[in-house]
Design a protein around this ligand. Structure first.
Ligand code: F6R
Length: 248
């Protein structure tokens, strides 16, 4: 996997935001929509901040952007502080001119008996737009992408996933105690992620170094879902020096 190492996450995030902005502008020029797959968590925050800056200072418009987020906790109310829809509004959507109705996230309020249908429909909605032009990813400390935890298959579909203990421990701060962290989440499947035309995975910090190395240099294995990106023709890792520490 092509891996670009930057001195810090600030510079790296600016480069990623530039790539996304170029895609949005190119699509607009061609009279088309840019179909973006977006992530939450700490890793993409500076990318979103830079996109907001470009919207304010450089006239970057999101009118032709359609987005699909990777995941949402389940169950999760939309207005809860920890919900990913709220995160996306606060970090990006409320600050740019993306039309309401153009952004999509898995819905943490769908009744359990309707969830399988919701997941099929979520993938179909992506298909109806012709698939994802660009997928932004983070990587979990356990090597997950989206909430596809270790053990997930390369062709896994969008589904309800039981979260690993490491994933729940890493979310403890957001929820004020491990027992309050949801045990499940709805995640875009690896099959759909792999169909994106371009994939960029972000990783900052020493705590990501081990699984970045396993994903980039190890064998392709369900133990490290990010290692599946070795099979993608146009995926890159954009990482900082600390996250590169265990690359050989
Ligand atoms: C978030 C997501 C997760 C995170 C990963 C890293 O939508 O799908 O896979 O990208 O857990 O989280 P951070 O960026 O908080 O280290």
């Amino acid at each position: 996997i092509p891996t670009n190492i930057y001195a810090d996450s600030e510079e790296a995030s600016k480069a990623v935001a530039r790539e996304i902005a170029n895609l949005i502008r190119q699509k607009a020029k061609d009279g088309k929509q840019a179909i973006l797959g977006l992530a939450t968590g700490s890793s993409p925050k500076k990318v979103y901040a830079e996109l907001i800056r470009m919207h304010r200072e450089e006239g970057l418009s999101f009118k032709n952007v359609v987005s699909f987020n990777l995941d949402e906790y389940y169950p999760m109310e939309a207005d809860a502080v920890q919900s990913y829809i709220r995160f996306m509004r606060e970090q990006l959507f409320d600050h740019v001119d993306i039309p309401a109705g153009n952004f999509h996230l898995p819905d943490g309020t769908v009744p359990i008996e309707k969830l399988a249908e919701f997941c099929r429909d979520y993938e179909q909605r992506i298909e109806n737009y012709g698939g994802l032009d660009f997928q932004l990813l983070g990587i979990g400390r356990n090597g997950h992408i989206g909430f596809n935890e270790p053990g997930s298959l390369v062709n896994s579909r969008t589904r309800l996933m039981t979260l690993d203990l490491t994933t729940r421990i890493d979310a403890t701060g957001d929820f004020g105690g491990l027992s309050k962290v949801p045990k499940k989440a709805v995640t875009l499947g690896i099959g759909k992620i792999m169909e994106a035309k371009r994939i960029v995975l972000l990783a900052w910090g020493e705590h990501k170094a081990e699984n970045v190395a396993r994903a980039v240099e190890g064998s392709v294995t369900s133990d490290v879902p990010a290692s599946y990106l070795q099979l993608h023709p146009n995926a890159s890792f954009i990482i900082d020096v600390a996250a590169a520490a265990q690359l050989i």
